[in-house]
Write a protein of this length. Sequence first.
Length: 269
Amino acid sequence: MRTIKLTLEYDGTAYHGWQRQANAPAVQNAVEDRLAVLLKQPAPLTGAGRTDAGVHARMQVAHFRTESPIALEALKRGLNGLLPRDIRVSAAEEAPELFDARRDPEQKTYCYAWWDRDADDPFGRRYAWHLGQGLDAEAMHRASQALVGEHDFSSFRAAGCEARHPVRRVLAARVERQGHQVRFFVTATAFLHQMVRIMAGSLAEVGLGRKDEGFLARALQSRDRKAAGPTAPPQGLCLWEVRYGAIPRPGRKVLRKGQESLDNEGSAD
């Protein structure tokens, strides 16, 4: 039995997120269905994170297990030939038997983008939150530093989040400007559902001058979702990078066809 690791990129505009849906298009549906055609057998995927509807990925990672002898380059070419143009496989690699794309990441990085010119960008409207007014990126960066460290992120957690606890460790956060685009990068060992989008909505309040630079720190301390800002729209969010350690965790039980991981930690944005 082979374990294959796929690295994927996708524009999430047309999809109801990564996770397979019964009655709506999802990225996992598209890739799994083409894999089944290519391999002539089902190949259920496990992804590094369940991105929401409309959210993009510069680097999504998934794995599957198969007995097919297909060469990796043929797998990559074949999938890209079958997939819609808004989903690409950038790499296909052999992985250790115990590799698990969902449970093994050491850290993930998301990027959230705003466009703050008074006129919208017709070319980037799918990839940024268009605010129509200027943002104070420096104030946003200073405010974002309150997020770094291990905290109870209850204030930045969606109501339907299924994670077992709200404590997460944020390794780095920064806000930077590139012309009329302002971008927020945040790296953590794991995330809660809609955690980054709530952070982004809160930072926008600071950037627009509606809240002071201590707003995120106070919201974090309150552990109350009502104390934070709005949930930012999905089109500005992109799963930017997923990093793995060299060796899978010991004692890992390999999941076979039809089995699901019960580990929900770090699986959503």
